[in-house]
Unconditional design. Structure first.
Lengths: 301, 418, 282
């Protein structure tokens, strides 16, 4: 029964752009934001590091892809790789400098870093486009000798789906491995973990960089799908400046269940569905509901 | 007790049901569909609502004029573009692919226009962006984008001679660093340099800081005849207020595009004595004689009082000139579609060729006056006005014929393939 | 020109100090970063505007922070903010969202728009050279510095200040010697909220408008200032607030406004980063 449900779900997910293009456009957003939430879950859910700055690595991924296309005429895969690399490098630098902080200090550092990145992105508007942003055309996707138009719904959909599946796969493998055990050990009791011989610093940096990389891929996919980037992506709490905020990864993780493999996906789905439902009769109620949800759900770590 | 999973199933089910229900309502009738990339929320929500009203009124009028080629016209609205380029682009795609819009009238937000333009070409759908960024007729436009109301560059071209002759050539330009402000600063600088004047530029971060005091401090009054401001609507009000605090209104001439105060009442003391470049007078008694009949009709259809306020809410200022972009786009479609007997989207290339170089006589369909659409950059040229706030009212000082705004363009979309 | 920039720097220094101090006090006694600080600031400006017709501006200036302070105290109690866990931090995040959204709904319902202009309560243009300086700012600065001094006295000389410092230094020990730890914590949260609200009510007529999101950037800047000043220290926050304010105003006048804001924030941000590596971590 369960296996059948999974198969039908997968088949539906794979065939969706052929069956119902309009829904596919909506589901692309679900996949991308799920991947961002998934990345934050590695950091917060598995390792216990609360961050308000995960948007930075998504933004770096988006800009990495955009820059590769605009300045280097990169192809589709080149753009994705460039996004991933930008996010990884950024996460390595910030992670190296910040994970020694614990508890609130770490939160403060992520917040401050994100704000500084936003300021830098605003000031360097000749290469970031500032608040106006930059638009570009996604290059054609060449696959097995076939050139597919980069902006078709199908390509965007399968790209987002593929990225999410890979992301889930990576997190699954990591969480099942010894490294995953180390992450949870650090989360639950850092002192005990250290006495068991884990290098807490290395474990945390690994978690930070893995999360950054996943968010970077999500950002690159976002940029390729929207053919657009803007400095506001870096802004901490930037989503809440808009009337209809994009699903906040932290709230998605809290709603879906921190530290579970598929929780962030469910959480993102719930946020998007809520936004849709509220949007039709009381758009302003959505953010209110998010606030109440956090209080009611009482986060664990 | 409802578990998390039950709740999930229920909510997913509910949304799917709502969708199916909404989706199945579409009819298979024959009307021509004009889509509106509508910002219901965000910075330009107020403009979005009024443009939608103008479109609604224009389409009712078209249907009274026996539609287009005898077919009725229908307005299809996007859900909400949220004043966000990435969302607006998705909404455009949904308008064309799902709601089967034949033409789309664009957002007022230039960022959304620029993000959407390439997609208009990909989906072979004529798109009328309503932002006033020059770039949409230069770098970022294409054969499928048409600008039915002026751009920044056209307005500056039209006004610069009058401004230099009557206000002075020593400028201080205070501008927001977003494209809207920067492009005005660049175009003015070029004109001022060519006329042998001086220019000092003060860029202001976006969003503008809470306190503009120190920025206004930077303005050197001894070297300034004209203080030019280029901000978004909300920030213009704050800038003028901050200028009044330092008594600048008394010492220099303050000039800007009417877009900066499009939805502000001119009764505020910070606006008294300031100059604006506009595409149309806000008050009916300032409209040129020969256009007054059309003006009355236009105001009646859209619901604007003779003073430029909303009929329902006498305190709400209507961006009357800005709405021509949407109103006239509908009639541009009508005029061109009837010229080439447009039947379906496969006739769109012919319609584009008809639009390129089209001239429009003054009529209730084109109440702004006689106009023409330049073939190379797909920009409509119309008259401009210099208005000054006197006694809390916008008063026309000069009318600048449309030929004056005819600048040299670098674009040539007519060479593009369809 | 420079003189006016310095003067304006002084005025804003006082206002930033109010904000950063509230944040630092809350951090010191409750050990949490109050993410709803910007929201309280915004509510202060909003209430200041709403209450002005009934109470006059000066009345509103007293009542608005008072109301926000009481609300802060009640919220701290209800959500049990004193429990020093990540949960408390997320609670303040939730409070920020809720307060901001309620303000947006209220403002939209009352005015039909998401921002509303605020008039200046006094017309006192002071002629300086070829232009004017808005005298209201001097009054605002005077009020802010009076409150700051009052706080200093409270902090250093009264039983309350002693209790707060005791809780900050060692909660358990304070509890043993009979300090009502919970009430000190809730009260400090209320006081911090009231300071933010006072700053908001004072800034309203300078910013000339209220909007629900006006607190977001203020929150980030005051976090930077409070952290750079060494969270929980009175003098540090004060000093950094003035340094930041002078830097921003002077650089705006002498150099480029773009560069000024970015570099002033960048400088404070770097100090904040270094600081949070150091003493905050131990």
């Amino acid at each position: 029964m369960r296996r059948w449900a999974v198969l039908v779900g997968l088949a539906g997910a794979i065939l969706l752009p052929w069956l119902w293009e309009g829904a596919a456009l909506w589901v692309i957003n679900l996949f991308i934001w799920s991947l961002v939430a998934l990345s934050l879950n590695v950091l917060y859910g598995y390792t216990g590091l609360l961050s308000f700055g995960q948007g930075v690595y998504m933004a770096l991924g988006a800009y990495g892809a955009a820059w590769a296309i605009i300045y280097a005429q990169a192809n589709f895969w080149g753009a994705l790789l460039s996004g991933l690399l930008c996010a990884l490098v950024g996460a390595l630098i910030v992670g190296w400098g910040s994970v020694r902080a614990s508890g609130y200090s770490f939160v403060v550092v992520t917040l401050v870093t994100a704000f500084i990145c936003y300021l830098v992105a605003l000031s360097a508007d000749s290469i970031t486009g500032g608040e106006d942003g930059m638009s570009f055309r996604a290059p054609a996707l060449t696959l097995f000798g076939l050139a597919l138009p980069g902006h078709s719904v199908g390509v965007r959909y399968y790209l987002a789906l593929g990225a999410l599946l890979v992301g889930v796969g990576v997190v699954y493998l990591v969480s099942r491995s010894l490294v995953g055990l180390a992450l949870r050990a650090v989360r639950d009791d850092a002192i005990a973990a250290a006495s068991l011989g884990y290098d807490i610093f290395k474990v945390k940096v690994f978690s930070f960089v893995l999360a950054g990389g996943l968010a970077g891929v999500a950002g690159a996919v976002w940029a390729l799908s929207k053919e657009f980037v803007r400095a506001g992506l870096f802004q901490p709490f930037g989503a809440f400046m808009a009337a209809q905020p994009d699903p906040d990864p932290l709230i998605a993780v809290l709603v879906g269940g921190a530290g579970t493999l598929l929780g962030p996906l469910w959480g993102t789905g719930i946020l998007l569905v809520l936004r849709e439902l509220f949007g039709s009769f009381w758009p302003q109620g959505y953010v209110l509901a998010l606030g109440v949800a956090i209080i009611v759900l009482r986060p664990r770590y | 007790m409802l578990s998390r999973r039950d709740f999930l199933r229920a909510s997913v089910g509910a949304t799917v049901a709502v969708w199916m229900w909404g989706g199945s309502g579409e009819s298979q009738a024959q009307p021509i569909r004009i889509g509106h990339q509508l910002d219901r929320t965000g910075a330009v929500a107020l403009f979005g609502r009024w443009h939608n009203r103008a479109l609604d009124a224009a389409i009712r009028l078209v249907n009274k004029q026996h539609g287009i080629n005898g077919r009725p016209v229908e307005l299809v609205n996007s859900e909400d573009s949220q004043t966000k380029p990435d969302v607006g682009k998705d909404e455009f795609e949904k308008l064309v692919t799902q709601k089967r819009a034949d033409f789309v009238i664009g957002s007022v937000f230039s960022g959304t226009n620029i993000a959407t333009a390439p997609l208009a070409k990909t989906l072979k759908t004529v798109y009328f962006p309503q932002g006033i960024a020059t770039d949409i007729t230069e770098r970022f436009g294409n054969r499928y984008t048409f600008k039915s109301y002026h751009t920044v560059r056209a307005a500056i071209e039209a006004a610069h001679e009058w401004v230099f002759a009557n206000l002075g050539k020593r400028f201080t330009i205070v501008h927001s660093v977003i494209d809207l402000g920067r492009s005005q600063a660049e175009d003015w600088t070029e004109k001022i340099k060519a006329a042998g004047g001086t220019v000092e530029r003060i860029p202001v971060p976006f969003p503008a800081p809470t306190d503009l005091f120190s920025i206004i401090q930077k303005i050197d009054l001894s070297k300034t005849d004209v203080l030019y401001h280029a901000f978004t609507a909300v920030e213009t009000a704050r800038f003028l207020q901050a200028a009044l605090d330092q008594n600048l209104q008394a010492t220099v001439k303050i000039l800007g595009l009417i877009e900066g105060i499009d939805i502000l009442s001119t009764a505020d003391p910070s606006l008294e004595g300031t100059y604006f470049i506009s595409g149309y007078p806000r008050r009916a008694d300032q409209v040129p004689e020969e256009l007054r009949d059309f003006d009355r009709e236009y105001r009646r259809h859209v619901g604007i009082t003779l003073d430029g306020f909303s009929v329902e809410n006498p305190r709400e200022v209507v961006p009357i000139a800005d709405l021509f972009g949407s109103w006239q786009a509908v009639f541009l479609i009508k005029q061109a579609a009837e010229l080439v007997n447009w039947r379906s989207k496969s006739d769109t290339p012919a319609l584009i060729r008809a639009l390129e170089g089209l001239t429009m006589p003054a009529s209730v369909n084109f109440p702004q006056g006689a106009q023409f659409l330049r073939a190379q950059d797909h920009l409509v040229f119309h008259d401009h006005y210099i208005e000054k706030v006197e006694g809390g009212q916008l008063t026309v000082l000069a009318r600048l014929p449309k030929e004056k705004s005819l600048y040299k363009t670098n674009a040539d979309y007519t060479k593009e393939e369809f | 020109m420079l003189l006016l920039a310095l003067l304006n720097g002084l005025v804003w220094g006082c206002l930033w100090a109010l904000l950063a101090l509230g944040l630092a006090l809350i951090y010191g006694t409750l050990g949490i970063l109050n993410l709803s600080h910007g929201a309280f600031y915004m509510v202060g400006a909003l209430l200041g505007w709403l209450l002005t017709p009934a109470l006059g501006f000066w009345g509103a200036l007293v009542v608005a922070p008072g109301l926000v302070g009481l609300a802060g105290l009640a919220l701290a109690r209800l959500t049990r903010l004193e429990r020093n866990t990540t949960a408390a931090l997320l609670m303040t995040f939730a409070l920020m969202l809720i307060i901001q959204q309620i303000a947006a709904i209220a403002l939209q319902a009352a005015t039909g728009e998401l921002r509303h202009p605020i008039a200046s309560p006094v017309r006192w243009p002071i002629p300086v050279g070829d232009r004017f300086y808005d005298g209201y700012r001097l009054i605002a600065a005077a009020i802010a510095s009076a409150v700051l001094m009052g706080l200093g006295v409270l902090w250093g000389l009264t039983r309350w200040g002693c209790c707060v410092r005791a809780v900050r230094d060692n909660r358990d020990l304070a509890s043993i010697v009979g300090v009502p730890v919970l009430w000190v914590q809730w009260g400090t949260f209320g006081l911090g909220a009231a300071l933010a609200a006072l700053a908001g009510a004072l800034v309203g007529p300078i910013a000339r408008e209220v909007s629900p999101t006006m607190g977001v950037e203020v929150l980030l800047v005051s976090v930077l200032i409070a952290v750079a000043g060494g969270m929980g220290s009175f003098g540090g926050a004060l000093a950094v607030a003035f340094v930041y304010s002078f830097l921003e105003n002077l650089l705006t006048v002498l150099a480029d406004p773009m560069l000024a804001r970015a570099s002033a924030l960048f400088a404070i941000g770097l100090i904040a980063l270094v600081r949070s590596q150091g003493e905050l971590f131990s």
